[in-house]
Design a protein around this ligand. Structure first.
Ligand code: NAI
Ligand code: MG
Length: 362
């Protein structure tokens, strides 16, 4: 059946790297029977310039109606001085909110040819392939009460509260367990149940859900501080990690550095399964609009290309096409081609277009 894809390139290098995805999508349509109905629209500074808002309601409606959204990146220094509601970055915040995208999937994968580029020793990261699942719409970033209060003595205090409900913990854990079944079948649930009530509930709920619905998956638990340490000491011990908003924010940034470059890392954010069986999903590289290199034709398109591969796998049920793209990326890296951000001695430096073309050829 024909899949509806909404493409939102955004600002800076967003449109540059998205162009390389378009070529690959076109090839899959012609050669592998991928039936796509692609719509494209403006977000971020690009939308502000034409429509006066970072994202139009009509675009949010299109995103809701689509089978998946492929997002580039938003952010443009030209709009740095405007009020919060008019900042380009509001586009992605609004989309996440409107689609209730509660589970952020961040793979940290090390391609063999890039093991030398890691901040860790190559022998510790070679072959690394982990997936961090972070809860994104709950937890301490959103919990009530919150605010800054002035006390009777004139001093002030800032308050945030970590709140997690059973339902919130269950839905993100289901995503992690389902993912694990299609990978190495292991989930590590991360919290701090030794000092936090929300962590205590988290561990209880994950344990119960596992017993009820996922007894075939190997489940372990780890305290968040230990997890940070273990990710650096021996990251390959993990398959899928599931955790809350705050710990997930920190651990996923930490894990991304194990792989070397921002320009290599895709992500997905998933919403709830609807009554009609569809699940809202947005795919984007973890990097931003990189205004410092925009327009120069040197951005690494691989994170955007790998985001499209994730989209094919998780939203379009096209595992073979996803694996084909990932294999092509791996082969291109093995052949020695490098964009500036992943350049090292003895390799051949190429720009955005040459890198995209090389993946297409593979
Ligand atoms: P950034 O990720 O855009 O850039 C950080 C550094 O990495 C820069 O030196 C950049 O040149 C380099 N870099 C990033 N992606 C690259 C690629 N594909 N190839 C080669 N080099 C790459 O983060 P920064 O500079 O903090 O933010 C720039 C703008 O992007 C800001 O307006 C920020 O708000 C926005 N942003 C948007 C995100 C989104 O759309 N989800 C996520 C992160 C930042
Ligand atoms: Mg972060």
């Amino acid at each position: 059946s024909t899949r509806k894809l909404l493409v939102l390139p955004g600002d800076g290098i967003g449109p540059e790297v998205m162009r390389e995805v378009a070529h690959i999508a076109g090839w899959l349509r012609h050669h592998r029977g991928l039936a796509l109905d692609i719509d494209e629209d403006l977000v971020g500074g690009a939308s502000l310039a034409v429509h006066g808002v970072p994202i139009r309601d009509a675009v949010i409606e299109k995103a809701k109606a689509a089978d998946a959204v492929l997002f580039g990146s938003v952010g443009d220094p030209a709009w740095g001085h405007v009020g919060f509601d008019k900042r380009p970055e509001v586009a992605i915040l609004k989309l996440r909110q409107a689609l209730d995208l509660f589970a952020n999937l961040r793979p940290a994968q090390v391609f063999d040819a890039l093991a030398e580029a890691s901040t860790l020793k190559p022998e510790i990261v070679r072959g690394l392939d982990i997936m961090i699942v972070r809860e994104t719409v709950g937890g301490i970033y959103f919990g009530e009460p919150r605010g800054i209060e002035t006390l009777p003595d004139g001093s002030r205090r800032g308050i945030n509260t970590e709140v997690y409900t059973t339902a919130e913990i269950e839905r993100v854990s289901r995503v992690a367990f389902d993912l694990a079944r299609a990978r190495s079948n292991r989930v590590c649930s991360v919290e701090k149940c030794n000092v936090m009530e929300s962590g205590l509930l988290w561990r209880e709920v994950v344990t119960d859900l596992h017993k009820r619905e996922y007894p075939d998956v190997q489940l372990s638990h780890m305290l968040a501080d230990n997890c940070a340490m273990q990710l650096v000491r021996d990251p390959r011990q993990f398959d899928v990690i599931v955790t809350g908003n705050l710990f997930g924010d920190l651990l996923s940034d930490l894990a991304s550095m194990l792989t070397g470059s921002l320009g290599m890392l895709p992500s997905a954010t998933l919403g709830a399964v609807q009554d009609d069986g569809r699940r809202a999903a947005l795919y984007e590289p973890i990097h931003g609009s990189a205004p410092d290199i925009a327009g120069k034709g040197i951005a690494n398109p691989l994170a955007q290309i790998l985001s499209f591969a994730m989209l094919l796998r998780y939203s379009f049920d096209r595992e073979d096409d996803a694996a084909l793209i990932e294999k092509a990326v791996s082969n291109v890296l093995a052949s020695g081609l490098r964009t500036a951000d992943i350049m090292s001695d003895g390799m051949a430096r190429v720009g955005t277009e040459m890198m995209g073309q090389a993946v297409l050829r593979e």
